[in-house]
Design a protein around this ligand. Structure first.
Ligand code: CP
Ligand code: NVA
Length: 301
């Protein structure tokens, strides 16, 4: 494993090893407190962030490493300087690059032109660090991830893509329920379905909200991702039946609710579900750090 660009690039063994290591780091952080000693990580963000920025920064510190946050104030990626020159210069000093970008091609360009590992901290196509933390969170409640029935409801976005690849590699059955016209990218669906078949799993897509029945965990995300200029007023009515509320959770028979956050309370999910007993949102947020630290230790340790 040279980079973490997408979960789809991992083998099933690599994914399971990362999840195992993430759980070990969570259980015994002291054992890893020097894992990144002497290493420096640059964090390059084109978009805002709370969880990703803070969990990488504090996580790298807990591993004994050092990190440097770069926003766009000193020149936007590819504008003041090409992505190629950003990557080659950063590789002179940093041991790894963590990047949150608009275009997925930018993360790929950093990996192509740099000489150090690149970790995708969210692009318009994928959010692999989120997916890893999410499956780590599910593993804390379900012994066999291949048997977890996960449903993603809402916009078929970057988070949905990463969850589909994770479920596919784990050989699980995942249902993706989206309003017409808001399905995940067709190419990503085909790839995920192929990987799922290879591992005895299945990715099912539908617009029928009734398909929510019979799931263990219901996952949703914002209806409008960063960089998407769609106005909420234009899509609210279309997405309304896909809101995760108490009635939908009961219809699903689901024990757990998941959201990558930030959430829009009262829009894609109600307060009652967000703050309810089966909500995993803060476990997911905490596990962002452990899962990312597992990636860093694997790439740099
Ligand atoms: N879930 C997540 O990536 O949150 P941030 O956008 O706050 O980093
Ligand atoms: N799909 C969301 C995830 C935010 C963490 C976005 O890309 O904005």
């Amino acid at each position: 494993m040279k980079h973490l660009i997408s979960i789809k690039d991992l083998t099933q063994t690599q994914l399971l090893d990362l999840l195992k290591l993430a759980a070990e780091i969570k259980a015994d952080p002291a054992k890893y407190s020097r894992a990144l000693a002497g290493k420096s990580v640059v964090m390059l963000f084109e978009k805002p962030s709370l969880r990703t920025r803070v969990s990488f920064n504090i996580g790298i510190n807990k591993l004994g490493g050092h990190c440097l946050y770069l926003d766009q104030q000193n020149g936007a990626l590819g504008k003041r300087e090409s992505v190629q020159d950003f990557a080659s210069n950063l590789s002179c000093w940093a041991d790894a690059i963590v990047a949150r970008t608009f275009a997925h091609e930018t993360v790929q360009g950093l990996a192509e032109h740099g000489s150090v590992p690149v970790i995708n901290a969210l692009s318009d196509l994928y959010h692999p660090c989120q997916g890893l933390a999410d499956f780590q969170s599910l593993a804390e409640h379900f012994d066999d991830l291949s048997k977890v029935r996960l449903a993603f409801v809402g916009d078929g976005n970057n988070v949905c893509h990463s969850l589909m690849y994770g479920a596919a590699l784990l050989g699980a059955r995942m249902t993706v329920i989206c309003p017409p016209g808001h399905f995940p990218d067709g190419f990503e669906v085909q790839q995920a379905q192929r990987i799922a078949r290879e591992h005895g799993g299945e990715i099912v897509l539908t617009s029928d909200v009734n398909a929510i029945e019979g799931h263990d965990a219901i996952y949703t995300d914002t209806w409008i991702s960063m960089g998407d200029s769609t106005s909420l007023a234009d899509i609210k009515a279309k997405f309304a039946p896909y809101q995760v509320n108490k009635a939908l959770m009961e219809k699903a028979g689901a024990s757990h609710f998941m959201h990558c956050l930030p959430a829009h309370r009262g829009v894609e999910v109600t307060d009652e579900v967000m703050d309810g007993e089966g909500s995993l949102i803060l476990t997911q947020a905490e596990n962002r750090m452990h899962a990312q630290n597992a990636v860093l230790v694997t790439l740099l340790g």
